[in-house]
Design a protein around this ligand. Structure first.
Ligand code: ZN
Length: 318
């Protein structure tokens, strides 16, 4: 029997676990809830109980695990993962002791990028930028075939590029980050500002009737012809395209992938980002680079975590 990998994607509400074969097919996958009580102290044992109940590890080459936080790629230690309560957790060491197989750790967004490049829209290119647009904006960068981590694990934190000096406050403690403008949260914030200034708009009427508004509503209002909503979406896409255009002079990628909840708004949003990117980028960088929608959705994390094992054990790169 050929070897398999276990890919794990730890999120704030669920942990996704998958058994993945050597060419990246998912043989089985399931989820368990993430128990963040007491600084997430039971998360690791919950994961191990679930895995060991499901299968014996004799044919498993290793475990890859993506964590939403800052990690030390070499040791597999987690410096900090705020959403799940972890601080200074020796994740690789502890899970290796439990399982008896090699364990490798990566930031969750980076693991998802590895997955998209292995089996999704990346197409195994050597230079790629992936942007995840959801509640916030995450990202990952593959340069010369490997994930860029940097000295303290912040490489690829695309959402925190400053796009507006003295802009709106960001979760990171600074102002005007990309995430404050082009994420779902940023889109809603801008809509609420516009509503105050334009009480007779379709947007304002919708808000008054519903008592609330989501990014999805704003996309739908834009589709049905509301100019204000359209302007907000176009601005969000324009600023995102500008940020990506600036990044391309650093790594000169052949692909840019757009994923995450907001990308479910679909091709139109990605086309707007593409147009903005091409407007701002250096021609020589733009002409070799394709902007595409990510394909794997929620499976990217477990597939990428499995690839991490393959990459480290077999010394493969893209
Ligand atoms: Zn920020």
């Amino acid at each position: 029997m050929s070897k398999t990998f276990i890919g794990i994607d730890v999120g704030g509400t669920t942990v996704k676990i998958g058994i993945i074969d050597e060419i990246g097919n998912i043989l089985d996958k399931w989820e368990i809830p993430t128990n963040t009580d007491n600084h997430g102290e039971s998360i690791l044992s919950d994961i191990w109980n679930s895995v060991s109940n499901k299968l014996s590890l004799e044919n498993v080459a290793g475990i890859g695990i993506g964590v939403p936080g800052f990690i030390d790629q070499e040791t597999g230690d987690v410096y900090e993962a705020v959403n799940i309560g972890w601080k200074q957790v020796e994740l690789a060491k502890n899970l290796k002791e439990m399982s008896g197989v090699p364990v490798f750790v990566e930031n969750d967004a980076n693991a998802a990028v590895l997955g998209e490049n292995w089996k999704g829209a990346g197409g195994q290119v050597k230079n790629l930028i992936a942007v995840t647009v959801g509640t916030g904006i995450g990202g990952g960068i593959i340069a010369n075939g490997s994930i860029l981590n940097g000295v303290s694990g912040t490489a690829g934190e695309i959402g925190h590029i400053t796009m507006e000096r003295d802009g709106s406050p960001c979760n990171c403690g600074r102002r005007g980050c990309l995430e404050t403008i082009s994420s779902a949260t940023g889109i809603v914030r801008q809509a609420k500002e516009k509503i105050k200034e334009n009480q007779n708009s379709m947007l304002a009427k919708f808000y008054a009737e519903q008592g609330n508004i989501t990014a999805k509503d704003i996309f739908q209002l834009a589709d049905s012809g509301d100019t204000l909503s359209k302007n907000i979406i176009e601005h969000a896409a324009d600023v995102l395209g500008l940020a990506i255009a600036n990044l391309t002079v650093t790594i000169n990628p052949s692909r840019i992938l757009i994923g995450g909840g907001v990308s479910k708004a679909g091709e139109d949003f990605v086309n707007l980002i593409d147009a903005a990117f091409n407007k701002y980028t250096l021609a020589k960088a733009g002409e070799v680079c394709e902007v595409k929608l990510a394909q794997l959705g929620n499976d990217a994390g477990i597939i990428g975590a499995a690839f991490l094992v393959k990459q480290r054990l077999e010394k493969v790169t893209f």
